[in-house]
Design a protein around this ligand. Structure first.
Ligand code: MN
Ligand code: MN
Length: 461
């Protein structure tokens, strides 16, 4: 009778000795990936560095490609697609893993710098779904690029090293928060109030009668360190991200906590699986690290951009294959994280159908909100194919969904991949505190997602 019942498996009850000993090194490399790649630009750069060390080269249109060849295409420094050419023709489709490397954060406004009450601040505009109260009173690092008047691209990277200063945004003390406490969480913290403290010392030689002397002090610093002026902020992409590093969580170190695990947990797992492929896979294996997922996959570097099929089209041309024939036969694992059941907040999840930490890869047949709005909703056949591949490779997995019906919801790049006529399904790491500055995931789940991507590259037909 027992085999009639479905029972979810805790990863720790099923791990082989080999897997058990592989988790530690995997997580060490993952932590480095999180710490080195806190913005899409930094993450893309580091991913390319890792890939080049494994023999990947920048793709040039018209390049002759043989099975086993490894290429990548960077898209405007903010997204990248990697491919390992398969033994079979592209007419038989590819196996794709698509993740995103942008994460919620606080972008600087085009004219961010102002002075008030002898203090200088940077104004921000939040990017992605943030709960604003989580972003105050934590150390923030400032990363990005500034394009100067003469076109030079100047990189700004400050706040990661504990020896250098960070920025922060203030909050009220409890002694003075009577009125704020009466507001809802959404109203208690205003977007226009998220101004980061950036300076307090007057510029050199500026006496008390001088106007904006603190702001001018900060501009003087920026000039001497980066050679930029206030006008250069107009052509800049600067962002504030949590300044702390990824850490082990739990006395047993069972979890990993860190910023940007949505979706770098999956980006790393997918990339590492691709880098670990030996020789030519059966079908061409592709990893997309996309930008702009957190704001709807828009823009040239987002998953809605035609950059993807243009690259695939180039590859298909070399084999005399029509790109739409290739896409129609392809499979895409839309690798993204989902919420893990959280016993501190059981009321937002439906326990039987919510993914749990330490129960392996969370497959989501659908995401979306309300009546499955905004999801591609994978077919039973697609789930069935994936189930067989996972079973064969010993991947521990579970079904997940984004909380209770009508509680909220969200989307992924899956909808944009399926629009390309690619069979697509979401799968990734279940996580607590999604979009918070410090998201928490179980290490074993991160590792299982790596195994899942590897299994798809090796086995998906
Ligand atoms: Mn995501
Ligand atoms: Mn997200």
């Amino acid at each position: 009778m027992d085999n009639l019942l479905y029972k979810q498996k805790n990863v720790w009850d099923t791990l082989t000795e080999e897997d058990r000993s592989a988790i530690g090194p995997f997580i060490s490399a993952y932590k480095a990936f999180l710490d080195r790649g806190k913005t899409e630009r930094l993450c893309v750069r580091y991913a390319i560095e890792l890939a080049e060390a494994k023999g990947f080269v920048a793709y040039r249109p018209g390049m002759e490609l043989q099975p086993g060849d490894k290429v990548y295409v960077e898209n405007r420094a903010r997204a990248v697609t990697f491919a390992v050419i398969g033994a079979r023709s592209l007419a038989e489709g590819m196996n794709i893993a698509a993740a995103h490397v942008d994460s919620p954060r606080l972008d600087l406004k085009p004219l961010p710098l102002f002075e008030d009450s002898d203090l200088a601040f940077l104004k921000t505009h939040y990017y992605g779904g943030v709960r604003k109260y989580q972003w105050v009173t934590i150390p923030l690092a400032l990363h990005g690029v500034v394009v100067t008047r003469d076109g030079a691209v100047v990189e700004v990277y400050v706040g990661e090293n504990p020896d250098e200063p960070c920025l922060t945004i203030s909050d009220l003390p409890p002694h003075l928060s009577k009125d704020q406490n009466q507001k809802t969480l959404a109203e208690g913290f205003a977007g226009e109030g998220l101004n980061a403290l950036v300076g307090g010392e007057p510029g050199a030689g500026l006496g008390s009668e001088e106007k904006d002397r603190i702001k001018r002090g900060v501009l003087g610093l920026l000039q001497s360190r980066y050679g930029i002026t206030e006008e250069d902020f107009l052509s800049a992409e600067l962002m504030l991200v949590p300044a702390f590093s990824a850490r082990d969580v739990g006395l047993d170190g069972n979890f990993i906590g860190g910023y940007g695990q949505d979706d770098r947990a999956c980006a790393f797992a997918g990339l590492k699986a691709l880098l670990d492929l030996e020789g030519a896979p059966d079908r061409t294996a592709v990893v997309v690290l996309a930008d702009k997922e957190e704001i709807g996959s828009e823009g040239v570097s987002g998953m809605q951009s035609h950059a993807f099929e243009q690259f695939v089209g180039d590859l298909c041309d070399t084999q005399g294959v029509k790109v739409h024939h290739c896409l129609a036969k392809s499979f895409c694992l839309s690798m993204d994280v989902c919420n893990a059941f959280d016993p501190n907040y059981p009321e937002v999840s439906e326990k039987r159908n919510n993914a749990k930490m330490n129960y392996g890869v969370a497959v989501m047949k659908y995401s979306g909100s309300r009546g499955k709005s905004g999801t591609s909703d994978a077919s039973a056949e697609v789930v069935g194919r994936l189930r067989q591949v996972f079973e064969k490779a010993g991947v521990v997995w579970q079904m997940g969904e984004l909380g209770k019906v009508d509680q909220g919801g969200g989307g992924t790049v899956a909808v944009f991949m399926s629009r390309r006529n690619i069979d697509t399904i979401d799968a990734g790491v279940p996580m607590q505190s999604l979009h918070a500055p410090f998201e928490v995931a179980a290490k074993a789940d991160c590792y299982m997602v790596y195994k899942a991507a590897l299994a798809v590259f090796r086995e998906m037909k």
